[in-house]
Unconditional design. Structure first.
Length: 157
């Protein structure tokens, strides 16, 4: 079995969208064409991920700059207080921009929050997807925020 076939079988069974041994297309079995389609999509997502990181992340990568950990922890505390929730997110998926942080703490319909460095304003990144560009859904929110269409999270009294 080629490496890609192996990967594909694993994906199908792990994702288990329709049940074990059922392809992404919803039909029983593993189909070589669906596998090609999936890996083409995955490639495009990877490519846009790299481009968007280059565009938005200070170092072109996910994560917090080493010297900024303290600042980041303070921001997380503020966000937690604001939401009145304990934050739970994958730190390796944080995006640090010159002007903001993306913190992938979310729940159903919420993919994370953009916290502005200067103002402490908090924008919610929802799961609404603009179908015009292929990328993980939070990038659609980040792009929306960056083009002035961000959704300010309401301040609580
Ligand atoms: Zn299929």
């Amino acid at each position: 079995m080629s490496e890609i076939e192996h990967w594909y079988k694993q994906e199908v069974d792990e994702d288990n969208i329709f049940g074990a041994g059922v392809c992404f297309c919803g039909k029983l079995g593993y189909h070589i064409d669906c596998q090609r389609k999936m890996s083409a999509i995955e490639d495009r997502f990877d490519k846009s991920d790299k481009n968007l990181l280059k565009k938005y992340a200070v170092n072109g990568e996910y994560g917090v700059l080493k010297g900024h950990l303290e600042e980041f922890n303070i921001v997380c505390e503020k966000l937690a207080n604001h939401l009145r929730q304990k934050l739970d997110f994958d730190e390796s998926k944080v995006i640090e921009n010159e002007h903001w942080w993306f913190i992938p703490h979310g729940w159903v319909g919420v993919l994370g929050f953009i916290v502005e460095k200067k103002s402490d304003d908090i924008y919610v990144v929802g799961s609404r997807v603009n179908l015009d560009f292929e990328a993980y859904a939070y990038w659609h929110g980040i792009e929306g925020y960056s083009t002035g269409n961000g959704e300010l999270y309401p301040k609580r009294m």
